[in-house]
Design a protein around this ligand. Structure first.
Ligand code: IYR
Length: 222
């Protein structure tokens, strides 16, 4: 194994760390999943940097088993909307269980997905079953779902920090994304991120504002 000395580690005081931790918490608390987007353009350079930020995520054996397809092309967005709405029509029209549809009532979602055309960017995230630490390799990848989930979380954090709104969209099944984006069979569509500015009159469901508190989501064993 070859190593280098760790760089960029700041030996902060506990007080400074607490201040920074709270600043991150305050920032992340302002994130909202939005479904009403404006068509205001977003510079490609911002999207590039956010994808690079996602690409710093930890991954199984550092194989980085992800691929991001960023789409601003109106014709491609339209194709995606048509395919996604066809799947959603089946989902809401009977494929989903009663229990699932019931769980979605507070979100007010339905089969209509205009944001797929309105928002300036769609980022389709793909998970690679095979790959390796270098492009073009064909090794087995490990902890693929976990790794791509981590990278997607970091992508959302980066986009939010840059001041953009996002929707984590999962039309199921998402196979059409592989075809439209021209990705290989060995890749599985993981999520479709919708990215842009919120519409002027954008609203969010009250349901989405309620977050479990610290005591509910954690146990400390000291
Ligand atoms: N993919 C559908 C349904 C949906 C499912 C869940 I779980 C959500 O949290 C939100 C929506 C849709 O996008 O409408």
């Amino acid at each position: 194994m070859s190593t280098v000395t760790l760089e960029n580690y700041e030996d902060l005081s506990s007080e400074e760390m607490r201040t920074r931790a709270i600043a991150v918490l305050d920032k992340l608390r302002t994130r909202r999943t939005i479904r009403d987007f404006s068509d205001k353009p977003v510079d490609i350079a911002i999207i590039e940097s956010c994808i690079q930020a996602a690409g710093t995520a930890p991954s199984g054996a550092n194989h980085q088993p992800w691929h991001f397809v960023a789409i601003s092309n109106p014709d491609v967005k339209r194709k995606i909307r048509i395919a996604a709405e066809a799947e959603e029509a089946e989902f809401y029209g009977g494929r989903a269980s009663e229990e699932w549809l019931e769980a979605l009532v507070p979100l007010g979602t339905d089969a209509s997905k205009p944001f797929l055309e309105v928002a300036p960017w769609l980022i389709a995230v793909f998970a690679q079953r095979r790959g390796g630490e270098k492009l073009g390799q064909d090794k087995k990848n490990y902890y693929v779902t976990e790794s791509v989930g981590l990278a997607t979380g970091m992508l959302i954090t980066a986009l939010h920090s840059a001041g953009l709104g996002t929707l984590t969209h999962t039309p199921a099944p998402m196979g059409f994304l592989r075809e439209i984006c021209g990705r290989p069979e060995t890749e599985k569509p993981f999520v479709l991120m919708v990215v842009g500015h919120p519409a002027k009159d954008a609203t969010v469901p009250k349901h989405a504002l309620v977050k479990k508190d610290l005591g509910e989501i954690s146990t400390f064993i000291s």
